[in-house]
Design a binder for this molecule. Structure first.
Ligand code: FMN
Length: 507
């Protein structure tokens, strides 16, 4: 019998037939607001603490006195802004649409961020919601909730070591309004992108970002007063300071014990989310986690990519400049650029993948404490990269090598697979994250579906930032004909495509 995750994935595959059946005109009047409103007597404005002025949040005629950049509020203001703040505006006739630091499928922005803090000089202990529209915090609930968070996250040591923790939630309807049941995939990918900004930026504030995937869902949802048929917590990110993070010994991921599954409604996103809920007694530490990835194409030709210099400056400026490219020229990109993108994307996981391959790097860049997306397998489709023959390659992150899977020009195929989007036709390369779904479920239960998509979004955002950093164009692609990707990449039927990132020269 198929698991809930497999049923859901099968039911939400795009085929030419399913797309033509579900094609409909969107009723714009029904689009949910991308901003969550709270009635709260405590609203803390964070715009005065931003490192630039004027800010998009200043009221007309107002000149705000700057806040102390070294204060806790300075740190939180910057961290939240460079994670998911408003960094751009598109003007339509009669309307303006705010764009954010992290990209989002269809610009629907399902991800909300809550901050849990304690012992701060500027903020009372409590849980706050990040109000993106005016870059403020509203108090959701007062008090020190760290012992609750520890208990609900199986006593994850990064919680105990932190003063600040971010809780990332997803609001189903914001995305489902357009993408229906397939929205769940995009909500998780979007949230993974938000995580990518956190793991890339947090080091600027001397904070180590620890994503925590395993927690008691119902308890955390209740702590945030969420109706879990509408909004659910997907991920915790603990932010211990560097000096405390180094000493943490991290627990293995947990696996859910099989429970009743495959009810009538098993193919819906809410059913899938709930089928992966951890609670008091239904989980145990997973046994298989961080083993080195086996060589998948042992006899194939291997190309070792140059190890790029790990110099990353101006991450905040890069995040602010980031936009999804809308058109590529089709011109070539350099092999060294492709190498840098893959390197930066996988950097936080490298140590866990292959400790021998880790060069001496500055502690600022050694995010060894992050979890390992050991269940994702990354392919690169090369259309036009200097000195790399066109074809399909399997990327080995530990060794930073590409192994040949198929040679040839796959431009027309990938264009079609990505629903005829010209981005896929004109990109110089495409990075495709895939996974053996039954194997991942064996390790982590239905919850694996969640972490695979969060991890793919995480890698996607790190690819985005590296691309922008070296002046390339980049865009995610969440819509593709699932089974046809397998055919093109010569993947077994068990494999799923989780996410695609296109890169190229902006037109
Ligand atoms: C998960 C995900 C899937 C996306 N899929 C597509 C896509 O299929 N086609 C496309 O043109 N853009 C896609 N995008 C880019 C979004 O349209 C873009 O992020 C959004 O319009 C906001 O613009 P910005 O990224 O420039 O801030 C995707 C982005 C994400 C995060």
């Amino acid at each position: 019998m198929l698991s809930t995750a497999e049923n859901y994935h099968e039911a939400t595959k795009y085929t030419e037939e399913s797309l033509s059946q579900t094609a409909k005109q969107l009723d714009m009047s029904q689009q949910p607001s991308p901003f969550k409103e709270f009635v709260s007597s405590t609203r803390i404005r964070m715009a005065p603490y931003l490192p630039f002025s004027p800010t998009p949040f200043d009221q007309e005629g107002e000149s705000l006195e700057k806040g102390d950049p070294a204060s806790d509020l300075g740190k939180i203001s910057r961290l939240l802004y460079f994670t998911n703040g408003i960094t751009g505006v598109i003007q339509y006739p009669g309307a303006a649409h705010a764009l954010r630091a992290a990209p989002s499928a269809g610009a629907l922005y399902p991800t909300e961020i809550y901050l849990v803090c304690r012992n701060s000089e500027d903020l009372a202990d409590g849980i706050y919601n990040y109000q993106i529209a005016d870059h403020s915090l509203v108090l959701v609930c007062e008090g020190n909730h760290f012992s609750d968070l520890s208990a609900y996250s199986f006593n994850h040591p990064a919680v105990e070591a932190s003063q600040f923790i971010l809780l990332l939630t997803g609001i189903y309807q914001r995305s489902a309004w357009r993408y229906e049941q397939r929205a769940y995939r995009r909500i998780l990918l979007d949230t993974g992108h938000v995580l990518g900004n956190i793991t890339s930026y947090a080091a600027e504030e001397k904070l180590a970002a620890h994503p925590i995937y395993d927690f008691h869902d119902e308890a955390i949802n209740q702590l945030l007063f969420l109706n879990d048929e509408e909004e659910v917590c997907q991920l915790l990110v603990a932010l211990p300071p560097f000096d405390r993070a180094e000493r943490l010994s991290l627990p293995p991921r947990r696996v859910i014990q099989p429970g009743p599954q495959d009810e009538e409604d098993a193919a819906t996103m809410i059913a899938l989310q709930k089928s992966g809920y951890f609670n008091e007694g239904n989980s145990q530490p997973a046994t298989a986690t961080a083993e080195a990835m086996e060589v998948k194409y042992p006899t194939a030709a291997v190309m070792t990519l140059e190890q790029p210099e790990l110099v990353w400056s101006g991450i905040a400026q890069t995040i602010v400049r980031r936009r999804s490219t809308r058109k590529y020229s089709g011109d070539e990109i350099g092999a060294n650029q492709l190498s840098l993108l893959l390197w930066h994307a996988y950097q936080p996981f490298r140590a866990a993948l292959n400790p021998d391959a880790v060069p001496e790097v500055e502690p600022m860049h050694t995010n060894d404490w992050l979890c390992l997306p050991c269940d994702l397998e990354t392919y690169v489709v090369v259309h036009n990269v200097t000195n790399v023959l066109a074809g399909i390659y399997h990327y080995e992150p530990g060794a930073h090598t590409l192994r040949t899977v198929r040679m040839g020009d796959f431009v027309r195929e990938t264009w079609h697979i990505c629903l005829g989007q010209e981005l896929a036709r004109d990109a110089s390369a495409m990075i495709v994250h895939t996974a053996d779904l039954p194997k991942a479920i064996e390790r982590y239960g239905n919850r694996a579906y969640r972490s695979l998509h969060l991890d793919a979004g995480h890698l996607g955002e790190r690819l985005n930032l590296a691309a922008v950093g070296v002046g390339l164009g980049v865009s995610g692609i969440g819509g593709f004909f699932d089974d046809e990707v397998n055919e093109t990449l010569s993947l077994d039927r068990d494999y799923i495509t989780v996410y695609i990132t296109t890169i190229g020269q902006p037109a």
